[in-house]
Write a protein of this length. Structure first.
Length: 197
């Protein structure tokens, strides 16, 4: 499974190029409208539709190519057939995470189900690397089923943080170094405690 940091880097580049191509269409139109001779320059409809058709085709192709690279897509589509090997039950109440233990060890390349219950208001549940980039997250709504399935593919130590605004106290909903993933062949370079980040 690809790492969300790598996918984000790739998508930044791809979407920047695509956005510049779309902006070039607007610039092309604007230059035609403000012709120096006072007459708008007319673009052949076939040329215009070929350009727009190319942009649409490229846009769809980007989504098809990146479809299986985004880490959470496979889990979301196969969720009904996936079985978790570990369940982590977490309760949130009065702006405080209540964990089964102060440190939670997770196994590499095995599905983990985070079953989170809110006893009062809406919170967020987010797992973050040592460099504070997000691995995954979900909204936790009281009275609803809130569970998140994830598979870690690299060794690392991760933080827990609320990702939803829940009042001023919500900013302090942060537990450092609570999840540790072990047993992988590779380390997550952004989640190595004390390492070069």
């Amino acid at each position: 499974m690809a790492d969300s940091v790598d996918v984000l880097g790739m998508l930044k580049l791809v979407y920047t190029i695509y956005t510049l191509a779309v902006i070039s269409l607007m610039a092309w139109f604007a230059m035609g409208v403000v012709n120096e001779n006072g007459k708008p320059r007319i673009v052949k409809p076939s040329t215009f539709y070929m350009y727009v058709g190319g942009l649409v085709t490229i846009g769809i192709a980007i989504h098809i190519v990146t479809f299986n690279k985004i880490p959470w897509v496979e889990i979301d589509f196969k969720r009904d057939s996936l079985k978790s090997t570990q369940v982590v039950n977490i309760t949130i109440e009065k702006h405080e995470f209540k964990l089964p233990s102060p440190k939670i060890e997770l196994k590499c390349n095995e599905y983990v189900l985070f079953d989170v219950v809110s006893k009062d208001i809406t919170y967020g549940f987010g797992i973050f690397r040592q460099n504070n980039s997000m691995v995954t997250q979900m909204q936790v709504v009281p009275g609803s089923k809130n569970d998140l399935m994830w598979k870690f593919g690299k060794n690392g130590v991760y933080h827990l943080r609320s990702t939803e605004y829940s009042g001023p106290k919500g900013a302090k909903m942060y537990i450092k170094d609570v999840f540790e993933v072990k047993g992988c062949d590779e380390d997550d370079k952004y989640s190595q405690k004390g390492g070069n980040l």
